[in-house]
Structures are given as C-alpha cells and as structure tokens.
Design a protein around this ligand. Structure first.
Ligand SMILES: Nc1ncnc2c1ncn2[C@@H]1O[C@H](COP(=O)(O)OP(=O)(O)O)[C@@H](O)[C@H]1O
Ligand SMILES: [Mg+2]
Length: 540
C-alpha cells in the first residue's frame, strides 16, 4: 500500500485541478472530459465515466468517458434503477465495491469487464452528481487488479467531492444556457419590432430630394461600402442608416448605434473597441466593444465629427485594415462590420482647421448621402403629418385630425428641429386634443407666432417666399406679440425666450424633457438657455 499522506496529497491535487478545469471554460462537455482524464492521471483510475439521464426518455447514458472505447461507451445505457448506475441515479446514494464482479446487480453493460477477468479484483465506485436533493447524474471510476478497503474509502471520498463540483458546474451551465436562450429570444423580438419600424415603406418623402435619398439607399444597401449621412439633427439620418442596414444582406445581423458625442474620450474608446481588465482606472471588468458587438452587421457612428483626434487614428485603422485593438491589449482583432457614419458638422471645415483627419474624412466619405432640412422640402410636411397622425392616433387610441388653418401653419413654420420636431408636435397635439379637429390656436405658440411674422424666420433668417401667410384673425393677442416700433429680431428673441421658459418650467427644468416638448435636441435647449440667460431655479 502507498503512503497514506502521499495518497492524500494526490487527492487534494486532483480535486484542486478538477475544480480549476470546471470553472475555466464555457464548453462544459470538453471540461468534463478533461476532468475525467485528470482523475485518471492523478489518482490512477483505469476507467472513469459520467452518466446523465436523457431529459425525455429518462434513459441513463454514458455521456463522457475516459478509458472506454467508443463502442463500450455506446453500450453504456441503463433504465432508471437498473444496474449499479441506475440504482445510484434512483437512490442518490454512493456505492463502493471492492470487486465489482462479485456484485449480483452488476450488469457489465459496456462489456468491458470480460477481457480483464483474469486480472484480479476490479474495484468500482459509483457516486451521485447532486445539487441539493436532486441527482443530475452519476460519476463512476474503477481500478483493475487492486483492492484494499482503505484505498476504496479514500477513492469514495474524493469522488464524492468531485461529484459535487460537477453538480455545481452542470447547474451553472444550465442557468447560463437559460439566460442565453432568453437573451436570444428577446433580441429576436426586438429585432422584429425594429425591422417593422424601419422598413423603408415607413419612411415618408415625396419630395424630389427625398426620392433621391431613397434611390441612394436602395443602391448602396446591398454593398458593404461606407456611407456618410449628412444633415441637420432630426432630418432622419439614423432612420436612413437603419434602412440601409435592413435593405442589405446583413439585415439579420446586429445594427449597433453609437453616439460619439455622448462620451468623453477614454470612455468613447473603450465603448468602441472594448478593454481588458485594468486597462485604465475603473476598468474592473473586461468589456466587449461596440465594434465586436456589431460583428457581421452594421455599426452606426452618430456625430462622427465629435470624435477626438486620438480616437480618429484608431477608427481610421478599422476602416483601412478592418482591425482594431482593445484598450490595454496590443493584439489586433479582425472585425467584419459595415460602417455608416452621420454628422451635422462641417467636416470639410474641420479638415481645413486640423480638427478632423483628412485621411479619415476620405475613408468615411465614400458614399455621401445628404438629408435636406424639412424647410427645404415643404412638400413632405403634409405627408409626414398624415403619417404621424395615423401612427399616434393608433398608439393613443384616438382619431384626431388637423384643421385647414392648423395645416397651413405647419406648412409655413421653419422646423429647425426638422422631422423630429414635427413628429413631437403631432404626438403632443394628438395626446392633448379635446376635440376631433386640432385648430391653429391649439398649436404651440412658437408655430403660430413665427408664421404671423412676415419674411423673417424665428432665427432671423429669411423664410422661403411661400411661407409668409397671415395668422388666423381669431388669434388672441399675447404679451409677446409683435409691437409697433420694436425691431422684429428683438420681438422674436423675446418670444423664443418665453417659449423656452414656458417649456422648461412645465418640464420641471429637466432639459431632456423640455427638449421633448419643444421638439429640439437637448443640446439646442442648453444652448438657448445660455443665450437667453436662463438657468434652473433649483440650482444655486
Ligand atoms: N422621412 C421620414 N419619415 C418618417 N419618419 C421620419 C422621417 N425622417 C425622420 N423621421 C423620424 O424623425 C425622428 C428623427 O429622425 P432621426 O433619424 O433620429 O434623425 P437624425 O438622426 O438625423 O437626428 C425619428 O423619430 C424618425 O423616425
Ligand atoms: Mg440623430
């Protein structure tokens, strides 16, 4: 007999090794195979195996094995309660036999014990793989030609611990599998909704300029070419980006949108490229970047003009070599993504001024698509209004229409917030409407007022010629109405201030909420607050 202390050390080493293997990988079957071979080599077992019941038939099968041939493994099947394996599965209690061939309930199903008949006793151990009271499977191990009760006891002890470890691993794996299934299901649902929302049929535009945009979308969708979408905020850049993605071969792959203006430099880099643990202060976990998330699909880089120069270099590399590096790692990762970028910034001017790399500009500007502001395509206003009315009536269970004079105001307004502003206005009108027809006086003051002022838009620029139509005569006078003798720009400024202040106070001075009311971007709201010297009364 070997020295008991060295046996104990081998046992502890084996358990330690098995624990490490079981927690180190996502491929459970491979880990279980390695665990069994580890038991063989550390403790000298001749054969080891893991049995698991089939979920529907309950037949107990040898699933992972070491020391058995493929045929022997295939024969290792038991019904519930049959043989030693079936008994352990049924009772959840371990069985340890000094010589298995003397055991009447031993069936030798694998027929692996006949050939070794002359080699003396075969000690056989069968322990349950358990989580609490539930038996998930069975672990067996045997030694040929050696006995001794002490050896058998210590083997049983070790295997019992390993059985527990395997039980934990199975449980964890099952939980992860369930989460992954759930995640996949949710993503499919979500993708379906998104696809419904962003089909090109849902994009409205009768103007010649939008028809040109649609033609461009259709022709570029199928390729992987980089697209640069230009246009003011709210003109539909993100919507067009999704339509390009949906129209291409990558429609089933992810569409990942990143707003490059929303994050400070280091965070933007780790957002885009991911990072290793400890890559910078605060990087406590390893993180996958958005490029990796978009693999096989499309990444939409919104506000690309806001990317700092140092990050521009890395983006250029992705465009040139289709490779990037995670923060804190210098191993290039290949990536297959389509890039669609969008900006409202004057990139050409930025290139001239040295704040945007020229090489990156050319790489991005392969297929430029320009989305015209709504005021330059007034023939889209009514179809868009129709479209949003239909949608919000459906969503809010109403059936509201716009009166003729209200529609006229919409046609004249400058729409600095573009389609987004119109969309928000229609939703608000539908929600607030007390009567079936929305009249001019039900519309927000900014719209009524700017239309009543001939020839000047709310931002001091001249309006398109057809836009100067007098406001309804029934309009009640309000404090900010244009007054005799006051310069028009000043009056307008006062009105804008009033509108802004009104929205802010009804939004509790939450900028994002006020932006929603006004149909502006939060950035526009913040800018105008500064311009008019307005600040939240809550802030000291
Ligand atoms: N042509 C259009 N047809 C229908 N809805 C549109 C159209 N253009 C924009 N929208 C809507 O207006 C809003 C703003 O569009 P978005 O794509 O986010 O603009 P941008 O990215 O240019 O700021 C979105 O809710 C979008 O659904
Ligand atoms: Mg946008």
């Amino acid at each position: 007999m070997t020295d008991p202390r060295s046996t104990e050390r081998a046992e502890i080493a084996a358990i330690h090794e098995v624990a490490k293997i079981l927690t180190s990988t996502q491929n459970l079957d491979r880990a279980l195979g390695t665990a069994l071979r580890t038991l063989q080599s550390f403790l000298g077992f001749d054969r080891t195996a893991i049995f698991r019941p089939d979920e529907t038939t309950r037949e107990i099968r040898m699933e992972i094995a070491a020391g058995y041939t493929a045929e022997q493994r295939e024969r290792g099947r038991y019904v519930w309660g049959e043989g030693i394996v079936g008994k352990t599965m049924k009772t959840g209690s371990p069985i340890a036999l000094p010589d298995v061939r003397k055991e009447p309930s031993f069936l030798d199903k694998t027929r692996s014990h006949g050939a070794s008949a002359g080699e003396g006793p075969i000690s056989y151990l069968c322990v349950p793989i358990k989580i609490g009271a539930e038996t998930l499977g069975v672990l067996t191990a045997e030694r040929i030609g050696r006995t001794g009760t002490q050896g058998l006891e210590s083997d049983a002890r070790t295997l019992a611990v390993v059985g527990c470890l395997i039980g934990q691993a199975l449980k964890l794996h099952k939980a992860i599998g369930r989460l992954q299934d759930e995640f996949r299901r949710q993503r499919q649902e979500f993708d379906k909704t998104i696809r419904k929302t962003y089909r090109i049929e849902n994009i409205v535009g009768q103007s010649k300029r939008m028809q040109e945009v649609f033609a461009a979308v259709t022709s570029v969708a199928a390729s992987r070419a980089t697209v640069l979408l230009r246009g003011e905020s709210g003109t539909g850049k993100e919507m067009i980006a999704r339509a390009i993605h949906q129209g291409g071969a990558r429609a089933d792959q992810p569409f990942v949108a990143v707003n490059c203006a929303a994050l400070p430099e280091t965070l933007l880099e780790s957002e885009l490229f991911g990072h290793k643990r400890g890559a910078f202060t605060g990087a406590v976990e390893e993180r996958k970047g958005r490029f990796e998330e978009a693999a096989g699909g499309t990444i939409f880089l919104d506000e690309v003009g806001d990317i700092p120069l140092s990050t521009q270099v890395k983006l250029l590399r992705v465009l040139q070599e289709r490779k990037f590096e995670r923060l804190g790692e210098n191993r290039p990762v290949p990536v297959d993504v389509r890039i669609i970028a969008a900006t409202n910034a004057d990139l050409e001017k930025m290139v001239a001024g040295g704040t945007f790399r020229e090489d990156l500009y050319y790489r991005l500007n392969v297929i430029p698509v320009f989305l015209p502001p709504l005021r330059d395509r007034r023939e889209d206003i009514l179809p868009l209004t129709e479209h949003f009315l239909e949608r919000f009536n459906r969503e809010h269970g109403k059936s509201v229409a716009f009166g003729k004079d209200a529609l006229e105001l919409l046609l004249e307004y400058r729409w600095t917030g573009n389609v987004r502003e119109l969309e928000n206005l229609v939703e608000r009108a539908v929600v607030m409407a007390k009567a079936p027809v929305v009249q001019a006086q039900d519309l927000p003051r900014a719209i009524r007022v700017s239309a009543s002022l001939p020839a000047v838009g709310s931002y001091g620029q001249p309006l398109a010629p057809q836009a100067s139509v007098a406001a309804s005569a029934t309009e009640p006078p309000h404090p900010a109405a244009p007054q005799e003798g006051r310069p028009r720009a000043e009056v307008l400024k006062a009105m804008e201030r009033e509108e802004l202040q009104g929205a802010l106070s009804s939004a509790g001075w939450v900028i994002a909420r006020a932006a929603k009311i006004l149909g502006w971007t939060p950035r526009q709201v913040a800018y105008k607050m500064k311009k008019h010297g307005l600040s939240s009364p809550w802030k000291k």
